[in-house]
Design a protein around this ligand. Structure first.
Ligand code: NAD
Ligand code: WQD
Length: 336
């Protein structure tokens, strides 16, 4: 079965391509390389001794996309391509809405033209805003608090409208919690441009000495140690969740919505301790003011995903840190 993966050279895309190949799927990769490097795909090819067709294109360019669909018999699409920084989305809302919504519209329109009916979408736990209850279930009201999360909510609604009205469409909406870690091989991992925004890439750059210390955003949350709690999930568990979801949705027309997390929460200080243990390095930190827009606690209720996908995240925090550290030490400059 041939799958088109948009955003295939990005962090989650590259790990999912690896798991797709591992599971015997054929992959056609597309990306405009605005936030990634083609090297990630070359590493996957090296890992599996295979060739993956790659097209450098912007998915908003429908004629370029059509050429890819013309050339390959695409049976399903996994759609990762998008802009993903919450902070940047507040500064550049026009770009975020245009890219995230426009890219999805274009993909869906081309899929319709080519009668391709199976679609998996990367949504985010940020669609829950500041949740009323924890752990977070899929059926609670959504509430975006920034352009990024609102773009995800709008896309979810658009996709459900499109897929509910058309015959025989299979749609999966996967809401990721906090993906971290890297492939066991140490060949692929997260390679942020500039200074990282997210916790784990920041902590690993402190551990390797690129950044002096970690600033912990808030020590006065109503949590046991005062720091924020999140549901960190290994990127390989997340990638395998996509394979399971694909296998479920392609069986019959449906709209499937599932949280992909571990169901366990860890504080920032838990992460610091786990990373220190793994790396054998000290992580100096200072507790500063809360970061605007952050919430105290977020972790998933994973019962629905566990049941319908027959999937459960298997890696624990220590192993996620171990794999992130291996990637960091083997690739101190990322893919460059
Ligand atoms: P990433 O930036 O590493 O990957 C996204 C890829 O999409 C990049 O390679 C980028 O070059 C490409 N891209 C962006 N716009 C494009 C366009 N118009 N045409 C073609 N390619 C384009 O991000 P990621 O962490 O791998 O995230 C993948 C998806 O998962 C995103 O949609 C993101 O919003 C979502 N998500 C990520 C997280 C996270 O914490 N990483 C959490 C929840 C959801
Ligand atoms: C985790 C915890 C911070 C950095 C974001 C997006 C979300 C999703 C995943 C895309 C929080 C604390 C962080 C630092 C810190 N992405 N922290 N110092 O904010 O949970 O989620 O990424 O969909 O939409 O919002 O992830 O890794 O930034 O933060 O203290 O330098 O670490 O306050 O408690 P977050 P994160």
């Amino acid at each position: 079965m041939k799958i088109l993966v948009s955003g295939a050279t990005g962090y989650i895309g590259s790990h999912t391509v690896a798991e797709l190949i591992n599971a015997g799927f054929k992959v056609v990769a597309v990306d405009n390389l605005t936030n990634s490097s083609l090297e990630s795909l070359k590493r996957v090819e090296k890992l599996f001794k295979c060739k993956i067709p790659f097209y450098r294109l912007d998915i908003r360019n429908k004629s370029a996309l059509k050429k890819v669909f013309d050339k390959h018999s695409i049976e399903a699409v996994i759609h990762f391509a998008g802009l993903k920084s919450v902070n940047e989305s507040i500064l550049k809302p026009v770009e975020y809405y245009n890219n995230n919504l426009g890219g999805t519209f274009s993909l869906i329109e081309v899929m319709k033209e080519f009668n391709c009916k199976i679609f998996l979408f990367s949504s985010s736990a940020s669609v829950y805003g500041n949740p009323q209850s924890i752990p977070i279930k899929e059926n609670v009201p959504l509430s975006g608090s920034n352009p990024y999360s609102r773009s995800k909510i709008m896309i979810e609604q658009y996709l459900q409208d499109v897929f509910n009205t058309s015959d025989n469409y299979c749609l999966g909406i996967l809401r990721y919690f906090n993906p971290i870690g890297a492939h066991k091989s140490g060949l692929i991992g997260e390679d942020p441009n500039d200074i990282p925004n997210n916790l784990i890439p920041f902590v690993s750059q402190v551990a390797i000495g690129k950044i002096k210390k970690l600033y912990i955003f808030g020590g006065d949350y109503e949590t046991p140690d005062g720091t924020g709690i999140r549901d960190y999930i290994h990127v390989v568990d997340l990638a395998i969740g996509h394979i399971k979801a694909l296998q479920v949705i392609m069986k019959k027309p449906q709209v499937l919505i599932a949280n992909l997390g571990t169901g366990k929460g860890h504080s920032v200080l838990d992460v610091v301790k786990a990373f220190e243990k793994t790396s054998g390095r000290k992580i100096p930190f200072t507790i500063v003011d809360r970061r605007q827009g952050d919430i105290a606690i977020s972790y998933a209720d994973c019962n629905h995903a566990n049941k319908v996908l027959n999937w459960k995240a298997k890696y624990k925090l220590d192993e996620m840190c171990e794999d992130a550290w291996r990637w960091q030490t083997l690739n101190p400059k990322g893919y460059n």
